[in-house]
Structure formats: structure tokens, C-alpha cells
Design a protein around this ligand. Structure first.
Ligand code: ADP
Length: 358
């Protein structure tokens, strides 16, 4: 006899139309009852697209009826209409409708267990590298975005060299553009001192506005710079945004391991795939090519092993990486052939490959 768990497992195999993420992890399944081979599934979908509820309903019926001993399946879909862009009135308790970021193909969160490991440096270099690679493939225009959700210490504007205030028209904010990347950050809107007094609900509201009231246009990749840590704010964020996967940034020392592991636990909880681990500040390379492991070694590999994922690369400790960040020119742009630049580019290639195959 089919159990509730078996029904959930079957539903986990159904992806939201157009996404590589399933309907269970998106939080669309509200209730399942199983009685004498009769299954009832209650779904709640927030969408403005008329065809989506029917598509999901059909897929759910098919999946459930294929389970052993299921004789009947009744699927009830409750559809909430998506809030109009510009109202900013998203229901905070409901999962954000995934189809609201319609033009964005892949959304990847970048997280770290704690601050100072180079997460924002990584995001700015990675996004610039992906933009360069897509341009090389002949794709025109800006196809990559960064949504800087590190509300309390937004360093992306400085690291990308994007300054000033974004334009607003028809209630939509136009992202700033630098190094071929569209950028939105709280750093454009408030001063540093103001951001510190922000509270959870305000942060959530801001992020929802970043998702829905910013004119992102058509993007192949959007990278989300998450606030460091593993608290409620990060959990809500990962539920608000329709993520394809997550990257973990860590440093090599042993202490970083536990922290990064905790950060990854966050994504396991919300059922988001971990695409890989990037180890930053791995070593200092001397002129003769010898490496000095200032912060120890092995942390990144250990985190990757524990998460059953890949160590995507080891970024050297390089004063030019820091200087580039301070000057607003990511190292992949300043010196794409150098060791750090090459490492970022190779990680970017691996991520593109991982996401495209999925
Ligand atoms: P986080 O976003 O994790 O808080 P940042 O990206 O702000 O970390 O990096 C913290 C500091 O370390 C910054 O000054 C940055 O320039 C520097 N940094 C990051 N990665 C490297 C690196 N590989 N080599 C040298 N300095 C780095």
C-alpha cells in the first residue's frame, strides 16, 4: 500500500515547469492524504500563468497513479494570482511564485558560514567570469546578474565599481551595469549606517523588491550574494527565491569546516542542490612557484566530501585580488590570464557545465 512518504517522493520528481527545482521543495504541496489506495493532494500555486496549474495537476496525477496500489488520485489546486509588479505587496507568508523571475534562467545562491571568507569577492569575480564566457560564446548584451542580498554589509557595488543611484521608471528599478553584469544592491539605496538598523521583515521585503521590482530582463545566470551565516534570514531568503542551486565558499582552515558545513545544512533543509564548494585564500604562491599554506589546508575538500559534492577550485591568496576588489575591477577582468583569474574562470566553467547538464 502506498504511503504518504512514497507520494512525497513521487512528487519530488516533478519539476516546476521551466525549472530544475521540484514542486515539493518550492513549497507548493500543502497536504497529502492517503486512504485505502485513494490519494488526495492539495497544491497551492501562486502564478499569473494560466497553463501552469493544469500542467502541474496532470503531472501529479500521473506520478501518483503510477505508484503501486493507488486506485484513485484527486488533485486539488488552489491558485493565487501573482501580485502585480510594482505594488510590492507580495504575501510574505506564501512561497514566492517561482515564475515571477520569468526571464531568469538559472538562479544560484552563494553562501558562507561566516563573514570575511571572500564570498563577495568570489561572487563579483564569478559573475564577471561567466559574463566573459557567455560573450565569448557570442551571446550579446548583459546575460548575468548579481543580486546582493548582503544587506548589512553590501560590498558588491564597491567590488564591481558600480556607483551612484539606479534609475527608476514605472515603479521598476533599473539595475546598474558593470563588467557586463547587471547589479542590484542595497548599497545603491541606503548608506552603510542606515542598513545596520534593519530588521528581519524589512530585509525580506527588500529582497522581494529586488526580485520583483527590478528590471532584470533576460538573464542566463543570476548570482545571489547571501548574507553570511545560517539563521532564519538566510532560510527565508532561500525559500523566497526560486534557486537552482547553491555554492559554498570557505577558507582552508579546520575551523572553517564546521561553519561551512552548517551553511550547507541550510540548503539541505530547503532542498536546494549544492553545486559545489570553492575554497578561497587557499595558498600564497611565491615567485619560484612554491606554495605557502597560510591558513592550513584541506578545509575545502573536507567540506565538499561531507556534502557529497565537488571542490570546484582553490583560489590563491593574492594581494591583487584584494586591490581589484577595492578598485572595483575584479581580478578576472584585470588579469584573466593570471593564477587567480584562471582559477575563477575555471570555476565559472564548471558551474556553467553543472547547471546546463542538470
Ligand atoms: P565576505 O563577503 O565573505 O565577507 P569579502 O569578499 O568582503 O568577504 O572579502 C574579505 C576581504 O578579503 C576583502 O578585503 C577582500 O578583498 C579580501 N579577499 C578576498 N579574497 C581574497 C583573496 N583570494 N586574496 C586576497 N584577498 C582576498
Amino acid at each position: 500500500m502506498a504511503s504518504q512518504e512514497q507520494v512525497i517522493e513521487a512528487l519530488r520528481k516533478i519539476n516546476y515547469p521551466g525549472y530544475s527545482r521540484d514542486i515539493v521543495s518550492f513549497g507548493l504541496v500543502r497536504d497529502i492524504t492517503v486512504k485505502n489506495g485513494e490519494v488526495e493532494v492539495l497544491l497551492e500555486i501562486t502564478t499569473a500563468q494560466e497553463t501552469i496549474p493544469g500542467q502541474i495537476k496532470d503531472a501529479v496525477e500521473k506520478a501518483v497513479l503510477s505508484l503501486e496500489d493507488v486506485t484513485e488520485c484527486n488533485v486539488v489546486v488552489s491558485v493565487k494570482s501573482a501580485p502585480e509588479a510594482g505594488t510590492g505587496g507580495a504575501d510574505q507568508s506564501a512561497p514566492t511564485p517561482p515564475d515571477q523571475l520569468e526571464g531568469v534562467k538559472h538562479i544560484i545562491a552563494v553562501a558562507s558560514g561566516k563573514g570575511g571568507v571572500g564570498k563577495s569577492t568570489f561572487v563579483s569575480n564569478l559573475a564577471s567570469a561567466v559574463a566573459m564566457l557567455l560573450k565569448k560564446q557570442g551571446l550579446k548584451g548583459e546575460r548575468v546578474g548579481i543580486m546582493d542580498c548582503d544587506i548589512f554589509g553590501p560590498s558588491i557595488p564597491m567590488m564591481m565599481g558600480a556607483n551612484g543611484r539606479p534609475n527608476v521608471s514605472d515603479n521598476m528599478i533599473h539595475p546598474m551595469v558593470a563588467h557586463g553584469v547587471k547589479i542590484m544592491s542595497m548599497g545603491f539605496l541606503v548608506d552603510d549606517e542606515q542598513a545596520v538598523i534593519w530588521r528581519g521583515p524589512m530585509v525580506m521585503k527588500a529582497i522581494q523588491q529586488f526580485a520583483h521590482n527590478v528590471e532584470w530582463g533576460e538573464l542566463d545566470y543570476m548570482f545571489i550574494d547571501l548574507p553570511p551565516g545560517t539563521g532564519d534570514a538566510q532560510i527565508s531568503l532561500t525559500q523566497t527565491l526560486p534557486l537552482d542551486g547553491a555554492l559554498i565558499v570557505t577558507t582552508p582552515q579546520a575551523a572553517a569546516y564546521t561553519v561551512a558545513r552548517r551553511g550547507a545544512g541550510l540548503f539541505e533543509k530547503v532542498d536546494v542542490d549544492i553545486l559545489g564548494v570553492a575554497e578561497n585564500m587557499s595558498y600564497l604562491q611565491a615567485a619560484d612557484g612554491s606554495k605557502q599554506f597560510i591558513f592550513g589546508s584541506g578545509g575545502g575538500q573536507k567540506v565538499a566530501d561531507a556534502l557529497d559534492t565537488e571542490l570546484l577550485g582553490q583560489i590563491p591568496l593574492d594581494p591583487f585580488v584584494r586591490e581589484g576588489g577595492d578598485r572595483g575591477i575584479p581580478q578576472v577582468v584585470a588579469d584573466p590570464k593570471g593564477l587567480a583569474g584562471q582559477t575563477f574562470i575555471s570555476i565559472a566553467e564548471k558551474i556553467i557545465e553543472a547547471v546546463e547538464i542538470d
